[in-house]
Design a protein around this ligand. Structure first.
Ligand code: FMN
Length: 383
């Protein structure tokens, strides 16, 4: 896929600024914010920025190859698009835009259970190459059906989420009257009138809806009832029995997202899980928690021979991908960066942001004189 970057937005910082102008305030703040006082959100960035890499200018060097093996597939680069809920509310049609761009660039796209496109639609756009993230439903038959649908759609990798035992406390969303699920106040509706592109795109693509979940919802729910339905459906906390039962049913690769310590990692390994995405949900759940790069580094050292260790939370470009990989991650994911891209540039945003990441990461690899992504740990400066 051709690398195509709009020169007006050469970084995620530029995309974020533009997205802030284009998106309604309640939607931008839902995307951008962390929880409580944003301490964990900031810590993800500052801990990553502390990581330093060492170039080896005089070493024998041919060229850098970004290709990365994961779960039997060779991806074009070691990064993918993390699952994000309610995407169509932030930018209409955004899950479809990102899924297609990820497919064209041969990187993984993870579909969230609670986003605004369906398992089937995304499978069609990506020839079954996307991954599916399951929010664990309380009802066994809903869970079984979701897993059957994902398998039937050709999904190879299932990601189950561990780090939302309760919804994060996010002051911006409380102020904006935006919760899970959304409720539209007069203030928010007025905000929409100030964002004509967003409003037109919403008219074209229709009101965002939980497309994957629609089939289980009673017809004609008002917002309040929809809220009650979603709360009741996803009251299910993940535990070992539930993971064991999914492991039994799911024949493909199984990944747990949100594990941040040895005790849980060891349990996951014992249960036959294939990979972990070490994540703190982008600083949206536990403000008093660690950054994700710190536990990832520890878990990668200890368990890299037992399970694939991946990471997300706080990565914003090529240098961050390289930092995470040098610290032992086998793959990385980003959530907000790609959504800023679509918020800023609409349907061009997927291709633009993936191109940007590839270009930045390629430059870092060449600057370090690093030929393969698996060699990045040799460039880590250990103090
Ligand atoms: C607006 C928003 C919604 C999210 N929704 C989900 C979700 O539905 N499922 C999920 O597993 N993670 C969700 N996440 C977490 C992301 O998958 C990912 O862990 C996080 O965005 C990584 O941090 P980053 O945004 O700094 O890259 C969400 C994140 C954001 C920003």
């Amino acid at each position: 896929m051709e690398i195509k970057i709009n020169p007006k937005y050469p970084s995620v910082t530029d995309l974020r600024k533009r997205a802030m102008v284009k998106m309604p305030k309640f939607a931008f703040e839902y995307l951008d914010g962390g929880c409580n006082e944003d301490i964990n959100l900031d810590k993800n960035r500052t801990d990553l920025q502390k990581i330093e890499l060492m170039p080896q200018y005089l070493s024998k060097f041919d060229k850098s190859n970004l290709k990365t093996e994961l779960f039997g597939h060779t991806y074009d680069a070691p990064f993918g698009i993390a699952p994000v809920g309610l995407q169509g509310l932030m930018w209409p049609n955004s899950p479809e835009i990102l899924a297609k761009a990820a497919f064209n660039h041969n990187i993984p796209f993870i579909l969230s259970t609670v986003t605004t496109s369906s398992i089937e639609r995304v499978a069609e756009l990506t020839e079954g190459k996307s991954w599916f993230q399951l929010y664990h439903p309380a009802e066994e038959k809903v869970k079984r059906d979701l897993l059957d649908r994902a398998a039937h759609a050709g999904t190879d990798v299932l990601v189950i989420l561990a780090d939302v035992p309760t919804f994060g406390y996010r002051p911006r969303d409380v102020r904006n009257g935006l919760a899970m699920p959304p409720s539209m106040s007069i203030k928010n509706i007025l905000e929409v009138f100030k964002k004509p592109d967003w409003a037109i795109q919403t008219l074209i693509h229709g009101q965002p809806a939980f497309k994957t979940m629609e089939k289980y919802m009673p017809k004609g729910l008002n917002l309040k009832k929809l809220g009650e339905f979603m709360d009741a459906t996803f009251s299910g906390r993940l535990n070992e029995d539930r993971i064991a039962s999914i492991r039994d049913q799911w024949k493909g690769k199984l990944v747990i997202k949100g594990v941040v310590n040895e005790i849980d990692a060891q349990k996951a390994i014992n249960l036959g899980v294939d990979g972990l995405i070490v994540s703190n949900h982008g600083g949206r759940q536990l403000d008093a928690g660690q950054s994700s790069i710190v536990p990832m580094t520890h878990l990668a050292k200890k368990y890299k021979n037992d399970i694939k260790i991946m990471v997300d939370s706080g990565l914003r470009g090529g240098p961050d991908i390289a930092r995470a990989m040098a610290n032992g991650a086998e793959f990385t994911f980003m959530g907000r960066s790609f959504m800023y891209g679509v918020g800023a540039l609409g349907k061009e945003g997927g291709n633009h942001t993936i191109s940007l990441m590839k270009r930045e990461f390629q430059q870092v690899m060449e600057q370090l004189c690093c030929e393969n992504v698996t060699d990045l740990p040799k460039h880590l400066i250990v103090n």
